[in-house]
Ligand binder design. Structure first.
Ligand code: MLT
Length: 311
């Protein structure tokens, strides 16, 4: 009997592949390369992706046997869930697999941005010993504004508390009392923009959040503010951020995500005040192992026609 085919379109941890075991025919493709990806979908029962593969209606139409799309991570913005559902394809993800890693990377970028770690590192390795140029700021007594106090935003808040900061957050879906239990004051978006010394984004990408922080918003912040985005590119408008930093209306930024990925030519790359990483929020061994094993288990259950619990 033919084994069900699982197409792995991006890197999946060894542990995830081990969970799939010998019960499936596992094929590999490069999901970011459409010319390779679309033909590879023929005859596939399950598809496993991260964030670089666009699982849109066109892709789903190329996979008539497809029963499940598994996103080895949290965000589903690269999967057309409506088109999948219409085609009778189940969509699963690993919603908690990488939240710790994303929160830790956020703290790394906040500190890197506060203390010019990346810039000073590059300068010193290039033979420049410059202490005053890279004078930074403390987190102590600063106001940190969190946009989105969901799972990742909450972990960020917990991790920042010992730094002696004041935490405020914009989250229209959370009760003020619940935020207060976490030591966070809920505020309007306008207040967060106006009062924060650091603003960190932890929102999903959607019609409502694309461009949420644009030119108008960046005219209302403190000139000393630093913006951090480990969520999704485009929530902070890149061009507006570029102009704000150039014009001295924003002091700096730590950016892990970009409107189009992969990217090698963002305007932000030319600014010394900006520290960037190539979408590394979830890129830890631990997160990838969790994401890989969680989605592999879900794929097994889905293809066996069994109930798939939330991971
Ligand atoms: C996610 O949504 O899980 C992250 O952006 C990580 C990733 O796609 O690798």
């Amino acid at each position: 009997m033919n084994k069900p085919v699982v197409l792995v379109a991006e890197e999946l941890s060894e542990a995830g592949l081990a969970v799939l075991g010998a019960d499936f025919e596992v094929r590999h493709t490069d999901g970011a390369d459409r010319a390779q990806f679309l033909p590879a979908l023929a005859g596939v029962d399950a598809l496993i992706v991260r964030s670089a593969t666009q699982v849109d209606a066109e892709a789903i139409a190329h996979a008539p046997k497809l029963r499940v799309v598994a996103r080895a991570g949290v965000g589903l913005d690269n999967v057309d869930v409506e088109a999948a559902t219409k085609a009778g394809v189940m969509v699963v993800n690993a919603p908690t697999s990488n939240i710790t890693s994303a929160a830790e990377h956020t703290v790394a970028l906040i500190l890197a941005s506060a203390r010019n770690v990346a810039q000073a590192h590059s300068a010193l390795k290039a033979g420049e010993w410059k202490r005053s140029k890279y004078t930074g700021v403390e987190l102590d007594e600063k106001v940190i504004g969190i946009l989105g106090l969901g799972k990742i935003g909450q972990l960020v808040a917990q991790r920042l508390q010992p730094f002696g900061v004041e935490l405020i957050a914009y989250d229209p879906y959370l009760q003020p009392a619940r935020a207060a239990q976490m030591g966070v004051r809920l505020a309007s978006l306008e207040e967060v923009l106006r009062e924060s010394d650091f603003i960190t984004v932890h929102l999903p990408k959607s019609k409502e959040t694309i461009g949420l922080i644009g030119d108008r918003e960046l005219h209302t912040v403190k000139p000393s503010v630093r913006l951090i985005n480990v969520a999704r590119g485009g929530i902070i408008d890149e061009n507006a951020l570029y102009s704000a930093i150039k014009e001295g209306r924003v002091a700096g930024a730590g950016i892990d995500v970009f409107p189009k990925e992969p990217v090698t030519d963002s305007p932000l790359f030319e600014l010394d005040q900006v520290v960037v990483t190539p979408h590394l929020g979830a890129s830890t061994h631990e997160a990838q192992e969790k994401a890989g094993t969680q989605v592999a288990r879900s794929v097994k259950l889905a293809l066996a026609g069994e109930f798939v619990p939330d991971a």
